[in-house]
Design a protein around this ligand. Structure first.
Ligand SMILES: Cc1cc2nc3c(=O)[nH]c(=O)nc-3n(C[C@H](O)[C@H](O)[C@H](O)COP(=O)(O)OP(=O)(O)OC[C@H]3O[C@@H](n4cnc5c(N)ncnc54)[C@H](O)[C@@H]3O)c2cc1C
Length: 396
């Protein structure tokens, strides 16, 4: 089999991180991306310490931190009164940072590093089908060309072709929620309107998240509403700022002030899928949204793809392909399913309807935040303290 490459389908955050991690371990890698270019679209992403730990292991911590913004805290506030439910300080100097970054900036950093590491990057070509035997996987591209590889990684997102070819159709489910996304130049906003925190403003049937990007020069906004009439899932569908303003009318002046400054926004239908029972068959596996798409309410979809990438590369670097991929899957399935479930629970927690429900859920959170902040931090330790660079065998 000699020098056959690992083939990666998809050049999003997951595919690029996987390609880079594999190349860094000395494996030849060929990445096919359906789009004509790489990831110029999108908005903000939050990268918790669990993702930053992997990016640091890939030598990218400084580049990512410099391109992003380090918040002082994560906080939840009531959308109407503005009252703080909890505030959890972050970036206090211990462990990897918590960083907010524009998706296009992260893609650019990964792309440059992957190119420098020798990954063959092939935009404008899509993976269409696959066949495999004990010696290799044969990948057919949409234009008919066939390419042989030692393994195929389906990092081709929520509508994954590789997932369908392996296991048949398992369509993602519309969750009944839509997200508006916008970025706003900070210079157009009143001083102090946005705190240097990742803030989630919660209310009945909707919530809004705001945070800084690019050293504080840009503000990212994600506003989510329960709604049944929009099911498209694309980073590039336009939304109507007037409808966004109407959905959050009467909310706290800091929310309406922020939304008032939105000139242009995108609308995105939120889909997820129950955890898949299997990700791999022989020399082929899945990674990122292709195998565990999730609601964005833990801000962990990209982070899970980044963790996957590191573990996958560590496994493939030491073993024959099929057992290595089975081991990767075994190391990752439970954790990603737990994050998927936590994101679903937050959909309920963020959208509570009625005073009593809010009191019952937010009351104890507020009390803990004031009296025992360590409790909140402890409750998130499973997520943020996880070290994916230690999983997967020799060299992490
Ligand atoms: C509103 C919103 C906010 C979010 N906020 C956060 C956050 O704060 N933190 C976080 O960690 N995550 C966040 N996420 C989730 C995150 O964006 C995704 O989980 C992550 O981008 C998934 O990466 P991926 O590489 O698996 O898939 P994708 O980014 O979907 O990449 C898949 C790539 O594969 C390509 N492709 C598709 N089919 C083929 C094919 N057949 N052949 C070749 N290429 C193909 C596509 O063109 C695409 O480039 C958010 C998501 C949303 C919707």
């Amino acid at each position: 089999m000699g020098g056959l490459p690992v083939i990666v389908a998809g050049g999003g955050i997951g595919g690029l991180t996987a390609a880079l991690a594999l190349a860094r371990r000395g494996l030849p890698v060929r990445l096919y991306e359906r789009a004509a270019g790489f990831g110029e679209v999108g908005a903000g992403l939050q990268l918790g310490p669990n993702a930053m730990r992997v990016l640091a292991a890939l030598g990218l911590a400084d580049a990512v931190t410099d391109a992003g913004f380090r918040p002082r805290a994560l906080e939840m506030r009531l959308g109407g009164s503005g009252r703080t439910v909890f505030r959890l300080p972050v970036n206090r100097g211990e462990g990897p940072p918590y960083v907010q970054i524009h998706r296009a900036d992260l893609i650019r950093i990964l792309l440059d590093a992957a190119r420098a590491a020798g990954v063959a990057l092939v935009p404008g070509r899509a993976v269409a089908d696959l066949a495999q035997d004990r010696r290799a996987v044969l990948v057919r591209l949409e234009d008919g060309e066939e390419v042989a590889g030692r393994a195929l990684i389906g990092a081709d997102g929520i509508g994954s072709t590789v997932q369908r070819r392996l296991f048949g159709p398992a369509p993602a489910r519309f969750t009944g929620q839509v997200a508006w996304r916008a970025t706003i130049p900070a210079e157009t906003l009143a001083q102090g309107l946005v705190a240097p925190h990742a803030t989630v403003w919660v209310g009945a049937g909707r919530h809004l998240v705001s945070y800084f990007l690019r050293g504080g020069r840009l503000v990212n906004l994600v506003a989510v509403e329960e709604r049944a009439d929009w099911t498209r899932e694309s980073w590039t569908d336009r939304g109507d700022p007037a409808a966004l303003r109407a959905a959050f009318a009467g909310w706290h002046p800091r929310v309406t002030g922020l939304i008032g400054a939105v000139r242009d926004c995108f609308l995105w239908a939120l889909h997820d899928r129950p955890p898949l029972p299997r990700w791999s068959v022989g020399r082929v596996t899945l990674l990122g949204d292709a195998c565990h798409p999730m609601l964005p309410f833990m801000a962990q979809g990209a982070a899970m793809a980044i963790e996957d990438a590191h573990v996958l590369a560590a496994c493939l670097a030491v073993g024959p392909e099929a057992p290595a991929l089975a081991r990767y899957e075994a190391l990752r399935r439970a954790r990603t399913a737990r994050v998927q479930a936590a994101a679903r629970r937050n959909a309920w927690r963020f959208h509570l309807k009625g005073r009593l429900a809010r009191l019952a859920v937010y009351g104890p959170m507020a009390a803990a935040s004031l009296a025992a902040p360590g409790l909140l931090r402890g409750a998130l330790a499973w997520l943020y303290d996880h070290d994916a660079t230690r999983a997967g065998g020799p060299g992490g």
